[in-house]
Design a protein around this ligand. Sequence first.
Ligand SMILES: Nc1ncnc2c1ncn2[C@@H]1O[C@H](COP(=O)(O)OP(=O)(O)OP(=O)(O)O)[C@@H](O)[C@H]1O
Ligand SMILES: [Mg+2]
Length: 312
Amino acid sequence: VACLGGIYLVREMAILLREQLNKRLGRPSLVRMTNRRGGMQEFGIAILRLLRLRPPRGAEFNDVVLHPKLKQQVMRLADATSSAKRRRMPLQHAMFYGPPGTGKTMVAQRFAEYSGLEYAIMSGGDVAPLEEQAVTELHKLFRWVHRSKRGVLLFIDEADAFLASRKNSGMSESLRNALTTMLYHTGTPSSQFMLVIATNRPHDLDSAILDRLDESVEFGLPDIDARKGMVQLYYDKYIAKPLKLPAVSSGSPMLRKPDQPNGLRRRLPGSPKPLQIPREEEVDEAAMAIVASRINGFSGREISKLFTSLQT
Ligand SMILES: Nc1ncnc2c1ncn2[C@@H]1O[C@H](COP(=O)(O)OP(=O)(O)OP(=O)(O)O)[C@@H](O)[C@H]1O
Ligand SMILES: [Mg+2]
């Protein structure tokens, strides 16, 4: 039995290795990151989901904190995409715009997972250095997109670096050709891919690109409630969990009940009575609110970095 088990394991490893190799060799150079998986990996994930070892569908957005209006807009688009994908209807194209570090890339990845699409992330800044090769690489990219069984969310970060207005006199000939290639591939609605472009400068984009977009989603800097949510999220992730402290999330089973006495008592020198430290959830929630109000103007990236810097 052990021998048979060994043979089976070696065979599975060889298949996995081949899939990884194919994935690497087949990926166009413009794709910086993708979650395209081989058949075996898909099967493995389905099994893990069945065994409840992977989060269920719908949990994809658990680590993203958004203003309720923004969340509603994102979820409406995600549900529309998901149902269009199921019915093999054309997918919508969207633009995510707003200041750096506000969750555009993060939401696009979760969005693709939620809608059952693969995602491929490319950066607009990678196109110009390719010069006349850019057109060939873009055709390669779309061939790869059309090979997908699940459909692809093609996310173009820093879109203004590549899809800027053709009226711009400083635009090189090769970049102009790359833009025309992009327009050619996105001219008719497709059930095979959804284009999501992200930019900090939406007004710089070419009007023909804007015309192809069905929805614009604005990602603003987080307001006080979103900052509180992120402070709590990143405190739990980078401080409470590694140090095995009680999480502050309300409703968490680790949270001490209000009527339970706090175990921490400190005796100050000369003090006749032990000092009763206020209950943890009171201290923590108040502290979280103070931190959130003091970091007005911080982006999500800056808040997460603040907590990673506190880890040491
Ligand atoms: N809304 C959010 N909720 C939780 N974490 C966030 C949020 N926004 C940003 N972050 C944190 O900041 C990091 C960077 O976010 P992301 O890359 O999505 O920003 P972006 O809007 O794409 O920025 P850029 O315009 O610079 O590309 C994330 O990995 C995450 O840790
Ligand atoms: Mg980004």
